[in-house]
Design a protein around this ligand. Structure first.
Ligand SMILES: *Cc1c(COP(=O)(O)O)cnc(C)c1O
Length: 361
C-alpha cells in the first residue's frame, strides 16, 4: 500500500504530510551536512541549530514569556506524573488534583507516592463527561500546586478556560491539545506534553517551566529527575531524542506557514463541529462529553449497542478510516482529529456516519 489512509489514531498520531516529505527528502543527508539528523552528535553545531530552532519556534507559536524554560525531555508525559511531585510537592505540604479523566487519575496515583495529593474535584461519578465548574472545586490556597489535564484524550473532555486557582501554581498535562489553540502560558507554572499526539513522534516530552519554581526543588533528587539538570544543560545533559526534536521543529515551521495557533484553532473548531453536528443531528449517535466540555481533538461517541460499534469500526476500517475504536476503558468510538488531520478526512467520516446510520438505524 502506498496511498495514505485516514488516520484517526489517538497517538502516536498523524503528522503533517509536508513534514514527512521534508524528513524523507533529508533522511539520507541533511543539506550541507552529508549525514542524517539521526547520525550526528547532539553536541554538534547542526543539532544546536535544530534544537534552538525548535525552542524559538515554540516560544513564538505559544508566546512563551522570557521567564519560562523550554525543555525537551524523555520518559513521556508519564514520567512527568512522577517528576512533578518529586520536584514540587514538599514533605510538609500537599498538592491539589482536578480529575477529569483517565490521565488525571494516573497523574494522581504517582503524586500519592511522593506525598499528600488531594482530589480538589473528580468527575468520575458522571463517567468523566465534563470539566467541573468553579463552585465544584475544593481548592486549598496553601497547596503546592494544582494539577489539571487540559484535554482528556480518552474521554474527549477539554477545558475551555483554565480554572481560577488564585496564587497557587497551575500545572497542566497538555499532551493532547498542545499547539491546537493559543494558551495563556503565563497563567501556568508548568505545562507538559508528550510529543506524539500533536507535535511530533513519540519519545520527546515538552516541558514549559516558570523559572521561579526551580527554587522549590529539594536537593538530593536523582540527577535525571531534577528539572534543574535539564535547565542548566539546555536539555542536553544526556542524549536527547534528536530525531524527535528535529521533527518538532519541522512541525512548528508547518504551523507557522498555516498562520499560527489562532488559524489552527479555527480550523480545529470547524473540523470538530462537523462531527459534533453529525452526532447532535440524530438519536443514533450519542456524544460522550457534555457540549461545553467537548474536545476539539478527540471526539468520543457511542452507538445504540456495542455490536453496532464493532460493526462501525470494522466497516470504517475497510473504507480507509482507521483508528476509530474508542479506548478499551470507555468503549465506543473516538475520532482523534489533531492539527495534521485534514478536513477531507473529517468529511469522509461524517459521510460514513450518515451512510452507516441509514443502513443500521
Ligand atoms: C498520551 C497521554 C499521556 C501519556 O503519554 P506518554 O508519553 O505515553 O507517557 C498522558 N497524558 C495525556 C493527556 C495523554 O494524552
Amino acid at each position: 500500500m502506498t496511498e495514505r489512509i485516514h488516520n484517526f489514531s489517538a497517538g502516536p498520531a498523524i503528522l503533517p504530510v509536508p513534514v514527512l516529505e521534508e524528513a524523507q527528502r533529508d533522511m539520507l543527508s541533511l543539506p550541507g551536512v552529508g549525514m542524517s539528523v539521526m547520525e550526528i552528535s547532539h553536541r554538534s553545531k547542526t543539532f544546536d541549530e535544530i534544537i534552538s530552532h525548535a525552542e524559538s519556534s515554540l516560544r513564538d507559536l505559544l508566546t512563551i514569556p522570557e521567564n519560562y524554560h523550554v525543555l525537551f525531555l524523555q520518559g513521556g508525559a508519564s514520567l512527568q506524573f512522577s517528576m512533578i511531585p518529586m520536584n514540587f510537592l514538599p514533605q510538609e505540604g500537599s498538592a491539589d488534583y482536578i480529575i477529569t479523566g483517565s490521565w488525571g487519575k494516573k497523574a494522581l496515583k504517582e503524586a500519592k507516592r511522593a506525598g499528600i495529593a488531594n482530589v480538589a474535584a473528580t468527575m468520575a461519578d458522571g463517567g468523566f463527561t465534563r470539566v467541573p465548574g468553579s463552585d465544584e472545586l475544593q481548592l486549598d490556597p496553601k497547596a503546592a500546586y494544582v494539577h489539571i489535564t487540559t484535554n482528556e484524550t480518552i474521554e474527549g473532555v477539554e477545558w475551555k478556560k483554565e480554572p481560577d486557582v488564585g496564587e497557587v501554581p497551575l500545572v497542566a498535562d497538555a499532551s493532547s491539545d498542545i499547539l491546537s489553540h493559543p494558551i495563556p502560558v503565563d497563567k501556568y507554572a508548568l505545562i507538559y506534553a508528550g510529543a506524539q499526539k500533536n507535535m511530533g513522534p513519540s519519545g520527546v516530552t515538552l516541558v514549559i517551566l516558570r523559572d521561579d519554581l526551580l527554587k522549590r526543588i529539594p536537593d538530593g533528587l536523582h540527577t535525571m529527575l531534577d528539572y534543574r539538570t535539564h535547565v542548566d544543560n539546555k536539555s542536553l545533559y544526556n542524549t536527547p531524542n534528536t530525531w524527535g526534536i528535529y521533527i518538532i521543529s519541522l512541525v512548528c515551521e508547518w504551523l507557522k506557514d498555516k498562520g499560527g495557533l489562532e488559524a489552527m484553532h479555527r480550523e480545529n473548531e470547524a473540523k470538530a463541529q462537523l462531527i459534533y453536528d453529525a452526532i447532535d443531528g440524530t438519536e443514533f449517535y450519542r456524544g460522550h462529553a457534555d457540549a461545553d466540555s467537548r474536545s476539539i481533538m478527540n471526539v468520543t461517541f457511542r452507538l445504540p449497542s456495542e455490536e453496532l460499534e464493532k460493526k462501525f469500526t470494522t466497516e470504517a476500517t475497510a473504507q480507509g478510516l482507521d483508528g476509530l475504536k474508542g479506548h478499551r476503558s470507555v468503549g465506543g468510538i473516538r475520532a482523534s482529529i489533531y492539527n495534521a488531520f485534514p478536513l477531507t478526512g473529517v468529511e469522509a467520516l461524517v459521510a460514513f456516519m450518515k451512510e452507516f446510520e441509514e443502513k443500521n438505524g
